[in-house]
Design a protein around this ligand. Structure first.
Ligand code: G6P
Length: 755
């Protein structure tokens, strides 16, 4: 029934519409045909009686002649379609007329002499008057007028319209019925065939399904895949809602059941140092650690990292492991030891003098030494071996972190071909031109392409990477799906902007904002109403610390009313100090701070306070809460989590963020005051604008930024990558099944899919 309505009703409506639109046209056409017919008849009548009538008119004085005219007219008027005939004198009087000549009609005037036709509309209906001139030797004898009744034409054309509509309706009905029947039959047989195919697999393989037995496992797997792939989609839809440790755990449990999580990074999340003969715990200043640690707390697993602390060996067990976090152990930290030589070549050399300046546009020349490269290869292999040894399963989820381990993904892939390797590059990726400087570019690219997923902070970095791979490596790039196939492995290249935990653990024990403001001002000897801008960084040349001091100087120049009122408090953790360029960065920043202080400072006020010391997260959060403004002026930065931490620290929804356009965070924190750190004057103006911003605007901006960081938190970051990994594992599983059935290798099937 529903089918009938679906097919027939629309068809009838369409045909009805056609009939309705066509009917007047058909009527007009028919009327035209009849009229032409009538005109022709008039001519025939005229020609057949012309001579007779002419001679009778000439004998008009004869009464008999008049009667004969009447009789002639009467006889001819018997024709069904002839209404009447009339004879008009030259002065247009009606002399003779047949009986049916309309009473109110005189002698109709022909518009053109001769045989022109004139249609008159009378009360009785439509009449066609055909007027023919009568003459002999040029003498005008009057006109013969023949009237035709046209109402029959109208009658007939309206019945023609009626019949046409009826005919079309019947035609439509017939066509619709036939269509519906055929569609129904086709659908039925199609459904029967589909059901037969699928139910054969659900009902047991032994059944006679009519399907080749080899195809059976494939169909089953495909059905499973469809079911499975629906689940992550549902989860993705729920993604905006509350990503936290629990949802991440659920994701692992449901989508990657039994997956063993292994993280590898250079920097460890907990460092034990000997300070005054005591073991002190330090949480390093590292965006990578800030981001990954909450994930490991949520997921558990093993984190393999360089044990760099002076008391690290004292705090591990016999297998170089310890359970962390110390206050509530949730995962295992496996420490790996590096010799000075390894550390020198791999960490300071290739990673931090080569790759770091290569990837950051800060105009520091990268240095590449063959001896560093050898150490880099060796240390990557050392970590890869340790990771493989830690793995209890053949297909763990391996999270490889950063530029220290570009070769490790392929090394692990060789030993654990079924592992899901997710590599995240925490720093920018340069364009192909810049990357071509690296003497070992092919090895690095090939190493990274051992990963299942390769993540960057921004789409821009992904595109740079694809361009680089395209230029220097033999591979297949699928730009639509953003995958690269090199050798036997396919890598998904995607942006995953990193973030922080929400709410951050460091916020939990914080005093209210008012108290933080007071205590920090007191601690640094500032007036209670002092304006406070803060910066929290590692002493890295990419952070633009000296430039921000220059911006403060510019502000004081342009806005002298801020002298004595504004203080820039810069906390900077010394880092990679073994490298001259880092020591120089610190020296330069200290010199600029001193110069600005000397120029504008007074006995009881200094515009810049520089504290070159590591601060634990809680202390950093207190500074953020005390500040009126936070200044992040990186010359280039993958993301910069300090910006997001400042936003997270401000649960009072106040405070202004001034943020470099060259930090990845500026792509997300759109309500910050975005600055070009190379434009000192503009940066000074932005700081001033931030300090003068009305409260309601500060609140509005901070609220929006907090919303963004709260939603796109670190669990969301990890969740997206793990969901992609889960889908990938399922596809690989299916490909392996297909390979088993078809006798092809799984990789060749994968190659086809991705190629
Ligand atoms: C950046 C890098 C991290 C690194 C951090 C600190 O954020 O992306 O990999 O851990 O700097 O540097 P460090 O050399 O002290 O580990």
């Amino acid at each position: 029934m529903r089918m009938a309505f679906r097919f027939i009703l629309p068809l009838l409506l369409v045909l009805g519409g056609i009939a309705w639109a066509a009917a007047p046209l058909v009527g007009t056409l028919i009327e035209r045909w009849f009229r032409a017919d009538v005109e022709m008849r008039s001519q025939l009548v005229f020609h057949s009686i012309e001579d007779t009538v002419t001679s009778l008119v000439m004998a008009q004085t004869d009464r008999k002649a008049g009667r004969r005219v009447d009789e002639l007219f009467k006889r001819i008027a018997q024709d069904e379609r002839l209404l009447a005939l009339g004879l008009c004198t030259p002065d247009n009087r009606l002399n003779n007329r047949s009986a049916a000549w309309p009473k109110d009609l005189g002698c109709p005037m022909a518009p053109v002499s001769g045989t022109a036709f004139l249609v008159e509309r009378l009360a009785e209906g439509a009449v066609l008057a055909a007027s023919f001139a009568l003459s002999v030797d040029g003498v005008n004898l009057g006109r013969l007028v023949i009237l035709h009744d046209l109402s029959f034409i109208e009658r007939r054309s309206s019945s023609a319209e009626y019949y046409l509509a009826g005919f079309l309706a019947l035609l439509g009905l017939a066509a619709a019925t036939v269509t519906a029947i055929v569609a129904r039959l086709t659908l039925r047989s199609w459904l029967r065939a589909a059901r037969k195919g699928l139910s054969a697999q659900g009902g047991g393989e032994g059944e006679d399904s009519g399907m080749a037995i080899e195809v059976a496992p494939l169909v089953r797997e495909m059905r499973k895949m469809l079911r499975d792939l629906d689940v992550p989609r549902a989860l993705t839809e729920a993604i905006r809602v509350d990503w936290g440790p629990e949802s991440l755990r659920n994701l692992l449990r449901n989508e990657l059941p039994d997956a063993e999580v292994l993280v590898v990074s250079n920097r460890e999340p907990y460092i034990h140092n000997l300070e005054d003969g005591q073991v002190a715990l330090q949480r390093p200043a590292s965006g990578l650690v800030t981001a990954l640690e909450p994930i490991m707390r949520a997921c558990g697993g093993t984190w393999i990292a360089h044990g760099s602390g002076s008391a690290d060996r004292m705090t591990v067990d016999g297998d170089d492991r310890l359970a962390v976090p110390p206050e509530a152990p949730a995962y295992t930290l496996r420490r790996l030891w590096l010799s000075d030589e390894e550390q020198e070549g791999y960490y300071y050399g290739l990673a931090n003098e080569g790759l770091w300046p290569l990837c950051h546009i800060a105009f520091v020349r990268p240095t590449f030494r063959a001896s560093d490269w050898e150490q880099y290869v060796a240390v990557n292999q050392k970590f890869a071996n340790a990771l493989v040894a830690e793995a209890r399963t053949r297909n763990p989820v391996v999270l490889v972190q950063d530029y220290h381990f570009a070769l490790l993904p392929r090394m692990v892939r060789e030993k654990l071909p079924e592992a899901t390797i997710i590599t995240f590059w925490h720093i920018p990726w340069p364009n192909a031109e810049v990357f071509s400087i690296c003497p070992w570019k092919e090895e690095i690219l090939s190493g990274l392409l051992g990963s299942s997923i390769l993540g960057f902070h921004t789409q821009f970095h992904c595109l740079n990477f694809l361009e680089t791979v395209d230029r220097f490596l033999e591979c297949q790039i699928d730009r639509e799906h953003s995958t690269v196939r090199a050798g036997d492995n396919t890598t998904l290249v995607r942006p995953y902007p990193i973030s922080i935990e929400w709410p951050p653990a460091a916020l939990a024990a914080q005093a209210p904002v008012d108290e933080c403001r007071k205590s920090v001002r007191l601690k640094y000897g500032l007036a209670a109403d002092a304006l406070l801008a803060v910066g929290v960084e590692r002493f890295d040349y990419t952070k633009g610390i000296a430039d921000r001091f220059r911006a403060v100087e510019s502000l004081l120049e342009v806005h002298p009313e801020c002298i004595g009122r504004l203080t820039m408090l810069q906390v900077a953790a010394p880092t990679r100090s073994q490298l001259a360029v880092y020591r120089d960065t610190q020296t330069e920043a200290e010199a600029v701070a001193e110069a600005v202080n000397a120029r504008f400072g007074t006995d009881d006020w200094a515009p810049i306070i520089l504290v070159p010391k590591h601060h634990e997260p809680e202390a950093v959060f207190t500074l953020f809460r005390a500040a009126d403004l936070c200044l992040v002026s990186s010359l280039h930065d993958g993301m910069n989590l300090v910006a997001k931490e400042f936003v997270a620290a401000r649960d009072d929804e106040d405070g202004v963020l001034v943020l470099s356009t060259f930090a990845g965070a500026s792509r997300e924190l759109l309500e910050a005051l975005i600055v070009n750190p190379y434009d000192i004057r503009a940066m000074g103006d932005a700081i001033h604008a931030g300090l003068s911003m009305p409260l309601d605007q500060r609140r509005e901006r901070m609220r929006l930024m907090r919303e963004m960081v709260g939603e796109n938190n670190i669990y969301f970051w990890a969740g997206r990558m793990l969901l992609d990994a889960a889908r990938m594992r399922k596809r690989q599983h299916i490909e392996r099944q297909i390979a088993v059935v078809s006798g092809k290798s799984a990789t060749s099937i994968g190659a086809k899919r991705h190629g």
